[in-house]
Design a protein around this ligand. Structure first.
Ligand SMILES: Cc1ncc(COP(=O)(O)O)c(C=O)c1O
Length: 386
Protein backbone atom coordinates (compact mmCIF):
# COMPACT_ATOMS: atom_id res chain seq x y z
CA UNK A 1 0.00 0.00 0.00
CA UNK A 2 1.17 3.53 -0.85
CA UNK A 3 1.53 6.11 1.93
CA UNK A 4 -1.52 6.17 4.22
CA UNK A 5 -1.49 9.64 5.72
CA UNK A 6 -3.49 9.84 8.94
CA UNK A 7 -1.89 12.94 10.46
CA UNK A 8 -4.23 15.55 9.06
CA UNK A 9 -4.58 17.42 12.37
CA UNK A 10 -0.88 18.17 12.15
CA UNK A 11 -1.17 19.32 8.56
CA UNK A 12 -2.90 18.39 5.32
CA UNK A 13 -1.74 17.83 1.78
CA UNK A 14 -2.20 20.98 -0.33
CA UNK A 15 -4.84 20.41 -3.03
CA UNK A 16 -3.70 20.67 -6.64
CA UNK A 17 -6.20 23.52 -7.24
CA UNK A 18 -4.54 25.38 -4.35
CA UNK A 19 -1.07 24.97 -5.81
CA UNK A 20 -2.33 26.04 -9.21
CA UNK A 21 -3.99 29.17 -7.79
CA UNK A 22 -0.77 30.07 -5.96
CA UNK A 23 1.21 30.06 -9.20
CA UNK A 24 -0.48 33.24 -10.44
CA UNK A 25 0.96 35.61 -7.79
CA UNK A 26 4.29 33.78 -8.06
CA UNK A 27 4.62 34.09 -11.81
CA UNK A 28 2.47 36.87 -13.31
CA UNK A 29 0.60 38.85 -10.65
CA UNK A 30 3.65 39.45 -8.50
CA UNK A 31 3.10 43.15 -7.84
CA UNK A 32 3.12 44.53 -4.30
CA UNK A 33 -0.53 44.89 -3.23
CA UNK A 34 0.32 48.33 -1.80
CA UNK A 35 1.70 49.63 -5.12
CA UNK A 36 -0.51 52.15 -6.88
CA UNK A 37 -0.04 50.78 -10.40
CA UNK A 38 -2.13 48.10 -12.05
CA UNK A 39 0.18 45.23 -11.04
CA UNK A 40 -0.29 46.22 -7.41
CA UNK A 41 -4.03 46.52 -7.90
CA UNK A 42 -4.21 43.04 -9.42
CA UNK A 43 -2.39 41.55 -6.42
CA UNK A 44 -4.70 43.49 -4.10
CA UNK A 45 -7.71 42.06 -5.97
CA UNK A 46 -6.43 38.52 -5.36
CA UNK A 47 -6.19 39.21 -1.63
CA UNK A 48 -9.71 40.68 -1.57
CA UNK A 49 -11.07 37.57 -3.25
CA UNK A 50 -9.35 35.33 -0.68
CA UNK A 51 -10.78 37.47 2.13
CA UNK A 52 -14.28 37.12 0.67
CA UNK A 53 -13.88 33.33 0.33
CA UNK A 54 -12.87 32.97 3.93
CA UNK A 55 -15.52 35.37 5.19
CA UNK A 56 -18.19 33.40 3.36
CA UNK A 57 -17.51 30.10 5.14
CA UNK A 58 -17.62 31.63 8.61
CA UNK A 59 -20.50 34.03 7.69
CA UNK A 60 -18.47 37.16 8.35
CA UNK A 61 -17.86 40.29 6.33
CA UNK A 62 -14.61 40.40 4.34
CA UNK A 63 -13.56 43.52 6.26
CA UNK A 64 -13.55 41.46 9.45
CA UNK A 65 -10.82 39.05 8.29
CA UNK A 66 -7.13 39.79 8.48
CA UNK A 67 -4.40 37.46 7.26
CA UNK A 68 -1.57 36.33 9.52
CA UNK A 69 1.32 33.87 9.34
CA UNK A 70 -0.85 31.10 10.79
CA UNK A 71 -2.99 30.01 13.70
CA UNK A 72 -0.23 30.67 16.21
CA UNK A 73 0.10 34.31 15.23
CA UNK A 74 -3.69 34.70 15.09
CA UNK A 75 -3.94 33.40 18.68
CA UNK A 76 -1.11 35.67 19.83
CA UNK A 77 -2.63 38.73 18.14
CA UNK A 78 -6.10 37.98 19.50
CA UNK A 79 -4.82 37.67 23.06
CA UNK A 80 -2.13 40.37 23.22
CA UNK A 81 -4.10 42.73 20.98
CA UNK A 82 -7.24 42.67 23.12
CA UNK A 83 -5.47 42.73 26.46
CA UNK A 84 -3.46 45.80 25.45
CA UNK A 85 -6.74 47.67 24.99
CA UNK A 86 -8.68 46.04 27.85
CA UNK A 87 -6.25 46.22 30.75
CA UNK A 88 -7.94 49.28 32.22
CA UNK A 89 -11.21 47.32 32.56
CA UNK A 90 -9.95 44.23 34.40
CA UNK A 91 -7.14 41.81 35.07
CA UNK A 92 -8.69 38.37 34.65
CA UNK A 93 -8.56 35.91 31.74
CA UNK A 94 -10.31 32.55 31.47
CA UNK A 95 -9.20 29.65 29.31
CA UNK A 96 -9.10 25.84 29.62
CA UNK A 97 -6.41 23.35 30.54
CA UNK A 98 -6.53 21.75 27.08
CA UNK A 99 -5.74 24.65 24.75
CA UNK A 100 -3.10 24.62 22.04
CA UNK A 101 0.39 25.60 23.19
CA UNK A 102 0.16 28.93 21.31
CA UNK A 103 -2.59 29.97 23.74
CA UNK A 104 -1.27 28.29 26.88
CA UNK A 105 2.29 29.61 26.63
CA UNK A 106 1.05 33.10 25.77
CA UNK A 107 -1.14 33.11 28.86
CA UNK A 108 1.59 31.66 31.07
CA UNK A 109 3.81 34.58 30.04
CA UNK A 110 1.01 37.03 30.80
CA UNK A 111 0.62 35.53 34.28
CA UNK A 112 4.25 36.47 34.93
CA UNK A 113 3.35 40.04 33.99
CA UNK A 114 0.61 40.11 36.63
CA UNK A 115 -2.50 38.92 34.76
CA UNK A 116 -4.71 36.48 36.62
CA UNK A 117 -5.56 33.42 34.51
CA UNK A 118 -8.11 30.71 35.34
CA UNK A 119 -7.57 27.41 33.52
CA UNK A 120 -10.94 25.63 33.44
CA UNK A 121 -11.03 21.92 34.21
CA UNK A 122 -12.33 19.46 31.62
CA UNK A 123 -14.18 16.17 32.11
CA UNK A 124 -12.98 12.74 30.97
CA UNK A 125 -14.15 13.52 27.41
CA UNK A 126 -12.21 16.78 27.27
CA UNK A 127 -15.28 19.02 27.62
CA UNK A 128 -14.82 22.20 29.65
CA UNK A 129 -16.60 22.73 32.95
CA UNK A 130 -19.42 25.25 32.35
CA UNK A 131 -20.32 25.40 36.03
CA UNK A 132 -16.77 26.36 36.91
CA UNK A 133 -16.90 29.05 34.21
CA UNK A 134 -20.07 30.42 35.76
CA UNK A 135 -18.38 30.49 39.17
CA UNK A 136 -15.11 32.15 38.21
CA UNK A 137 -16.29 34.75 35.68
CA UNK A 138 -16.52 38.22 37.18
CA UNK A 139 -16.61 41.94 36.41
CA UNK A 140 -12.82 41.70 36.36
CA UNK A 141 -12.80 39.18 33.46
CA UNK A 142 -11.85 40.79 30.14
CA UNK A 143 -11.10 37.79 27.93
CA UNK A 144 -12.34 34.23 27.58
CA UNK A 145 -10.23 32.16 25.17
CA UNK A 146 -11.52 28.69 24.25
CA UNK A 147 -10.62 26.33 21.41
CA UNK A 148 -13.60 25.15 19.36
CA UNK A 149 -12.25 21.67 18.57
CA UNK A 150 -9.50 19.98 20.52
CA UNK A 151 -6.61 19.04 18.25
CA UNK A 152 -5.61 15.91 20.17
CA UNK A 153 -8.88 14.20 21.04
CA UNK A 154 -11.51 15.97 18.90
CA UNK A 155 -13.78 17.31 21.65
CA UNK A 156 -16.14 20.02 20.41
CA UNK A 157 -16.49 22.69 23.10
CA UNK A 158 -19.94 24.15 23.86
CA UNK A 159 -19.21 27.64 22.50
CA UNK A 160 -22.88 28.71 22.45
CA UNK A 161 -23.25 27.89 26.18
CA UNK A 162 -19.99 29.68 26.94
CA UNK A 163 -21.34 32.73 25.12
CA UNK A 164 -24.61 32.55 27.07
CA UNK A 165 -22.67 32.76 30.33
CA UNK A 166 -20.52 35.59 29.01
CA UNK A 167 -23.61 37.51 27.88
CA UNK A 168 -24.59 38.05 31.50
CA UNK A 169 -21.57 40.36 31.62
CA UNK A 170 -22.56 42.24 28.46
CA UNK A 171 -22.15 45.61 30.10
CA UNK A 172 -18.52 45.03 30.95
CA UNK A 173 -15.74 44.80 28.39
CA UNK A 174 -15.42 41.05 27.94
CA UNK A 175 -14.40 39.40 24.68
CA UNK A 176 -14.74 35.79 23.54
CA UNK A 177 -11.80 34.52 21.51
CA UNK A 178 -12.19 31.12 19.87
CA UNK A 179 -9.29 29.12 18.45
CA UNK A 180 -11.06 27.71 15.40
CA UNK A 181 -8.01 26.15 13.76
CA UNK A 182 -9.25 22.54 14.01
CA UNK A 183 -12.88 23.55 13.48
CA UNK A 184 -12.57 25.27 10.10
CA UNK A 185 -14.00 22.99 7.42
CA UNK A 186 -14.92 20.35 10.01
CA UNK A 187 -17.94 21.99 11.62
CA UNK A 188 -20.21 24.77 10.36
CA UNK A 189 -18.93 28.06 11.75
CA UNK A 190 -21.22 31.07 11.92
CA UNK A 191 -19.69 34.01 13.74
CA UNK A 192 -22.84 36.09 13.36
CA UNK A 193 -24.99 33.53 15.18
CA UNK A 194 -22.48 32.41 17.77
CA UNK A 195 -21.42 35.99 18.51
CA UNK A 196 -17.77 35.06 18.63
CA UNK A 197 -15.65 38.21 18.89
CA UNK A 198 -12.39 36.80 17.58
CA UNK A 199 -11.78 33.56 15.68
CA UNK A 200 -8.34 32.16 14.79
CA UNK A 201 -7.92 30.19 11.56
CA UNK A 202 -5.11 28.36 9.79
CA UNK A 203 -4.69 27.45 6.14
CA UNK A 204 -2.61 24.27 6.33
CA UNK A 205 -5.31 22.33 8.20
CA UNK A 206 -7.70 22.69 5.23
CA UNK A 207 -5.40 21.62 2.38
CA UNK A 208 -3.93 25.10 1.97
CA UNK A 209 -0.28 26.16 2.25
CA UNK A 210 1.60 26.40 5.55
CA UNK A 211 2.61 29.72 7.12
CA UNK A 212 -0.66 31.52 6.50
CA UNK A 213 -3.71 31.94 8.69
CA UNK A 214 -6.36 34.43 9.56
CA UNK A 215 -8.07 36.20 12.40
CA UNK A 216 -11.72 37.17 12.32
CA UNK A 217 -12.17 40.36 14.30
CA UNK A 218 -15.78 41.38 14.88
CA UNK A 219 -16.34 44.85 13.45
CA UNK A 220 -16.99 46.47 16.84
CA UNK A 221 -13.70 45.28 18.32
CA UNK A 222 -10.43 47.17 18.29
CA UNK A 223 -7.09 45.42 18.79
CA UNK A 224 -3.68 46.88 19.34
CA UNK A 225 -1.43 45.73 16.46
CA UNK A 226 1.48 43.65 17.65
CA UNK A 227 3.88 44.87 15.00
CA UNK A 228 3.92 48.18 13.29
CA UNK A 229 4.66 48.79 9.65
CA UNK A 230 3.01 50.03 6.51
CA UNK A 231 -0.57 49.72 7.75
CA UNK A 232 -1.41 46.55 5.81
CA UNK A 233 -4.31 44.31 6.88
CA UNK A 234 -6.52 47.17 8.09
CA UNK A 235 -3.61 48.45 10.15
CA UNK A 236 -3.55 45.31 12.30
CA UNK A 237 -0.50 43.71 10.74
CA UNK A 238 2.18 45.71 9.02
CA UNK A 239 4.32 43.99 6.38
CA UNK A 240 3.95 43.11 2.72
CA UNK A 241 1.33 40.42 2.46
CA UNK A 242 2.17 36.78 1.69
CA UNK A 243 0.11 36.97 -1.51
CA UNK A 244 0.72 33.39 -2.78
CA UNK A 245 -0.07 31.99 0.69
CA UNK A 246 -3.20 34.10 1.05
CA UNK A 247 -4.39 33.13 -2.42
CA UNK A 248 -3.80 29.46 -1.59
CA UNK A 249 -5.72 29.82 1.67
CA UNK A 250 -8.58 31.53 -0.17
CA UNK A 251 -8.68 28.75 -2.76
CA UNK A 252 -8.67 26.06 -0.05
CA UNK A 253 -11.57 27.87 1.64
CA UNK A 254 -13.45 28.05 -1.64
CA UNK A 255 -13.03 24.29 -2.12
CA UNK A 256 -14.61 23.41 1.23
CA UNK A 257 -17.38 25.95 0.94
CA UNK A 258 -20.78 24.23 0.62
CA UNK A 259 -19.09 20.86 1.07
CA UNK A 260 -18.58 20.62 4.83
CA UNK A 261 -21.49 18.31 5.64
CA UNK A 262 -20.67 15.84 2.91
CA UNK A 263 -16.98 15.77 3.85
CA UNK A 264 -17.60 15.38 7.57
CA UNK A 265 -20.25 12.68 7.10
CA UNK A 266 -17.69 10.76 5.08
CA UNK A 267 -14.90 11.25 7.65
CA UNK A 268 -17.25 10.22 10.49
CA UNK A 269 -17.90 6.99 8.59
CA UNK A 270 -14.17 6.35 8.18
CA UNK A 271 -13.47 7.21 11.83
CA UNK A 272 -16.14 4.77 13.02
CA UNK A 273 -14.83 2.05 10.72
CA UNK A 274 -11.30 2.57 12.00
CA UNK A 275 -12.22 2.66 15.69
CA UNK A 276 -14.54 -0.33 15.54
CA UNK A 277 -12.15 -2.35 13.39
CA UNK A 278 -9.29 -1.82 15.84
CA UNK A 279 -11.33 -2.35 18.99
CA UNK A 280 -12.98 -5.52 17.61
CA UNK A 281 -9.61 -7.03 16.69
CA UNK A 282 -7.45 -6.03 19.67
CA UNK A 283 -7.61 -6.14 23.44
CA UNK A 284 -6.53 -3.28 25.66
CA UNK A 285 -7.52 -0.43 23.34
CA UNK A 286 -9.53 2.56 24.54
CA UNK A 287 -10.90 5.69 22.93
CA UNK A 288 -9.65 8.91 24.52
CA UNK A 289 -12.12 11.73 24.15
CA UNK A 290 -15.80 11.95 23.35
CA UNK A 291 -17.97 9.13 22.01
CA UNK A 292 -17.43 8.59 18.31
CA UNK A 293 -20.53 10.44 17.14
CA UNK A 294 -20.02 13.33 19.60
CA UNK A 295 -16.46 14.16 18.60
CA UNK A 296 -15.24 15.99 15.53
CA UNK A 297 -15.23 13.81 12.39
CA UNK A 298 -11.51 13.83 11.66
CA UNK A 299 -9.85 12.99 15.00
CA UNK A 300 -9.58 9.62 16.71
CA UNK A 301 -7.32 9.24 19.74
CA UNK A 302 -6.73 5.68 20.93
CA UNK A 303 -4.62 4.20 23.71
CA UNK A 304 -2.91 0.86 23.20
CA UNK A 305 -2.20 -0.48 26.68
CA UNK A 306 1.23 -1.89 27.35
CA UNK A 307 2.79 0.00 24.44
CA UNK A 308 4.43 3.36 24.01
CA UNK A 309 2.70 5.56 21.43
CA UNK A 310 6.07 6.54 20.00
CA UNK A 311 7.07 2.92 19.36
CA UNK A 312 3.77 2.25 17.62
CA UNK A 313 4.15 5.37 15.45
CA UNK A 314 7.51 4.11 14.16
CA UNK A 315 6.22 0.57 13.64
CA UNK A 316 3.30 2.02 11.66
CA UNK A 317 5.68 4.10 9.59
CA UNK A 318 7.55 0.94 8.62
CA UNK A 319 4.25 -0.13 7.03
CA UNK A 320 3.74 3.24 5.32
CA UNK A 321 1.16 4.52 7.80
CA UNK A 322 1.63 8.03 9.20
CA UNK A 323 -0.04 8.96 12.49
CA UNK A 324 1.10 10.86 15.57
CA UNK A 325 1.20 10.70 19.35
CA UNK A 326 -0.64 13.97 19.86
CA UNK A 327 -0.32 17.52 18.80
CA UNK A 328 2.59 17.82 16.32
CA UNK A 329 3.21 21.29 17.67
CA UNK A 330 4.07 19.88 21.09
CA UNK A 331 5.53 16.51 20.15
CA UNK A 332 9.11 17.75 20.56
CA UNK A 333 8.22 18.00 24.19
CA UNK A 334 8.61 14.51 25.61
CA UNK A 335 6.24 15.16 28.52
CA UNK A 336 2.92 13.34 28.47
CA UNK A 337 0.05 15.13 26.75
CA UNK A 338 -1.37 18.02 28.81
CA UNK A 339 -4.76 17.30 27.23
CA UNK A 340 -4.89 13.64 28.31
CA UNK A 341 -3.58 14.63 31.75
CA UNK A 342 -6.35 17.20 32.17
CA UNK A 343 -8.88 14.52 31.17
CA UNK A 344 -7.62 12.29 34.00
CA UNK A 345 -6.37 9.50 31.72
CA UNK A 346 -4.13 7.03 33.58
CA UNK A 347 -0.37 6.95 32.91
CA UNK A 348 -0.31 3.65 31.00
CA UNK A 349 -3.06 4.83 28.65
CA UNK A 350 -1.36 8.20 28.21
CA UNK A 351 1.91 6.55 27.24
CA UNK A 352 0.15 4.34 24.70
CA UNK A 353 -1.86 7.11 23.03
CA UNK A 354 -1.89 7.53 19.26
CA UNK A 355 -3.84 10.11 17.28
CA UNK A 356 -5.22 9.15 13.89
CA UNK A 357 -6.50 12.19 12.01
CA UNK A 358 -8.36 11.90 8.75
CA UNK A 359 -9.11 13.93 5.68
CA UNK A 360 -11.79 13.47 3.07
CA UNK A 361 -9.04 12.16 0.78
CA UNK A 362 -8.61 8.97 2.84
CA UNK A 363 -10.34 5.84 1.56
CA UNK A 364 -12.04 2.79 3.12
CA UNK A 365 -9.27 0.62 1.67
CA UNK A 366 -6.69 2.66 3.54
CA UNK A 367 -8.65 2.34 6.77
CA UNK A 368 -8.93 -1.43 6.35
CA UNK A 369 -5.22 -1.62 5.65
CA UNK A 370 -4.43 0.27 8.88
CA UNK A 371 -6.73 -2.05 10.85
CA UNK A 372 -4.93 -5.08 9.39
CA UNK A 373 -1.50 -3.61 10.13
CA UNK A 374 -2.40 -2.82 13.74
CA UNK A 375 -4.00 -6.23 14.24
CA UNK A 376 -0.71 -7.70 13.14
CA UNK A 377 1.88 -5.49 14.86
CA UNK A 378 0.27 -4.62 18.21
CA UNK A 379 0.35 -8.21 19.62
CA UNK A 380 3.91 -8.65 18.25
CA UNK A 381 5.13 -5.45 19.92
CA UNK A 382 3.36 -6.34 23.15
CA UNK A 383 5.11 -9.72 23.13
CA UNK A 384 8.55 -8.15 22.57
CA UNK A 385 8.01 -5.50 25.26
CA UNK A 386 6.20 -7.78 27.72
C1 LIG B 1 -6.01 24.11 17.82
C2 LIG B 1 -4.80 24.70 17.17
N1 LIG B 1 -4.54 26.01 17.33
C3 LIG B 1 -3.47 26.59 16.76
C4 LIG B 1 -2.60 25.87 15.97
C5 LIG B 1 -1.42 26.56 15.35
O1 LIG B 1 -1.66 26.81 13.98
P1 LIG B 1 -0.42 27.07 12.99
O2 LIG B 1 0.25 25.77 12.79
O3 LIG B 1 -1.07 27.61 11.74
O4 LIG B 1 0.43 28.10 13.65
C6 LIG B 1 -2.81 24.49 15.80
C7 LIG B 1 -1.85 23.67 15.02
O5 LIG B 1 -1.75 22.49 15.19
C8 LIG B 1 -3.95 23.91 16.39
O6 LIG B 1 -4.22 22.61 16.24
Amino acid sequence: MDKVYLDNSATTKPKSEVIEAMMKPLTTTYGNPSSLHSMGEEAEKLIKQARRNLARIIRADGREIIFTSGGTEANNLAIHGTLDTLKRYGNHIITTKVEHSSVLTTLEELEKEGWEVTYLEVDETGKLDLQQLQKVISEDTVLVSIMHVNSEVGTIQPIAEVKEIINKYKDSKLYLHVDGVQALGKIELDVSNSQIDLLSLSSHKIHGPKGVGGLYISEDIRLKPQFSGGGQEMGYRGGTENVPGIVGFGQAAELISGNIKQATDYMQKLKKRLAQGIINNLNGVQINGPELKEGVAHILNLSFRGLKGEVLIHALEDKNVYASTGSACSSQNSDLSHVLQAMGIDDEAMEGAVRFSLSSENTEEEIDYVIDVLTDIVPQLRKIIG
